[in-house]
Design a protein around this ligand. Structure first.
Ligand code: ACO
Length: 312
């Protein structure tokens, strides 16, 4: 049986930080942020909420949607670059809190591509019949590594978590093709500095992303032997609307067929794709048998994409 998504969920903090709010913090303006990035506002977690809390809420939501009990989870994979602590991992923290007693647990560090790395790793355990239910979470509290005095980066990011329960689905459904990649030579373009702040060479990351996202999207479709026109819904990493548009235009699909949660949430790194996915499922934008492409890129540099046929 192929590995598919049995349920999805997400959590975003209540506190909204608007572009107008940022105008009072750094030398920027709403118009610049909207036109250069597509972001209108983002969510910021309070001091007493860390990544493991948001991961826990999103995971609970996904388990409910999947109708799978925590005790039946075999493995928990949490993609994050902002764990509460390097160890214990966020995955171990939520294993305990969920009561997922038989689950193995580990975190994955692949920046914004983390959820793609998680899904594709989960698929291998399902394909080989080693495990039946795997919880994959993408979570970030980027506000804690953001330099709030740097207008080049602080306008871009937000906090949140998204999750999916991966398990066996009927033949022809689920994750049908994937691509993963990395280019460590590009690590210097996007990294955490010794003060723990996120540093980014925006122009270089932009150039890499407008090349990689469209290319990976097309690659997973071609591996399937499908045509670009067959794609029903595209969930790109929500980094910048202009980068997302490049992927959409390369696939030749209409705007309504692309998730754009970036407007409300900004870039949530590894949580962007699962949040957008969970909202699309909740809002009925993805239907049974739809061909869905998810594609991400991020620090490392890393990238990943999947094509999946929706349904159980
Ligand atoms: N408000 C106003 N002006 C700004 C701001 C701001 N918030 N930020 C930068 N500027 C200025 C710059 O200083 C520059 O001024 P200058 O020409 O006088 O030097 C000018 O705006 C234009 O800067 P550019 O870098 O050319 O702007 P660009 O159109 O490239 O947009 C952006 C910048 C949005 C960062 C873009 O490069 C981008 O999206 N890059 C990719 C970022 C990304 O996708 N990161 C994802 C990975 S994150 C992760 O993995 C955790």
């Amino acid at each position: 049986m192929d590995a598919g998504l049995l349920g999805t969920g997400h959590y975003v903090p209540e506190k909204v930080l608007t572009n107008k709010d940022l105008e009072n913090m750094v030398d920027t303006n709403d118009e610049w942020i909207r036109t250069r990035t597509g972001i209108e506002e983002r969510r910021i977690a309070s001091d007493d909420v860390d990544s493991s809390d948001m991961a826990f809420f999103a995971a609970q939501n996904a388990l409910e949607q999947a109708d799978v009990k925590a005790e039946d989870i075999d493995l928990i994979l949490v993609a994050t670059v902002t764990p509460d602590t390097p160890f214990p991992s966020v995955s171990c923290m939520i294993q305990d809190r969920l009561g997922a007693k038989k689950a193995a647990a580990m975190d994955i560090s692949a920046a914004c591509s983390g959820f793609m790395y998680g899904l594709i790793t989960a698929k291998q355990f399902i394909d080989t019949n080693a495990y039946k239910h795997i919880l994959v979470v993408g979570v970030e509290k980027l506000s804690k590594i953001t330099d709030w005095s740097d207008r080049n980066t602080c306008v871009l990011f937000g906090d949140g978590a998204g999750a999916a329960v991966v398990g066996p689905v009927s033949d022809g459904k689920g994750i049908l093709s994937f691509e993963l990649g990395a280019d460590g030579a590009g690590g210097k373009e996007l990294y955490q500095d010794k003060d723990d702040h996120l540093q980014m060479n925006g122009r270089e990351v932009f150039k890499f992303a407008v090349r990689q996202m469209p290319e990976s999207s097309v690659n997973v479709i071609e591996k399937l032997g499908c045509n670009k026109e067959d794609v029903d819904y595209l969930i790109p990493h929500q980094a910048n609307i202009r980068i997302m548009e490049a992927a959409r235009e390369r696939l030749g699909i209409s705007q309504e067929k692309m998730a754009t949660s970036i407007k409300k949430y900004g870039n949530n790194s590894s949580a962007s794709i699962p949040i957008a996915l969970s909202e699309a499922v909740r809002d009925g934008k993805i239907k049974d048998n739809d061909l869905v492409v998810m594609v991400g890129f991020g620090g490392g540099l890393t990238w990943g994409a999947v094509a999946l046929r929706w349904g159980k």
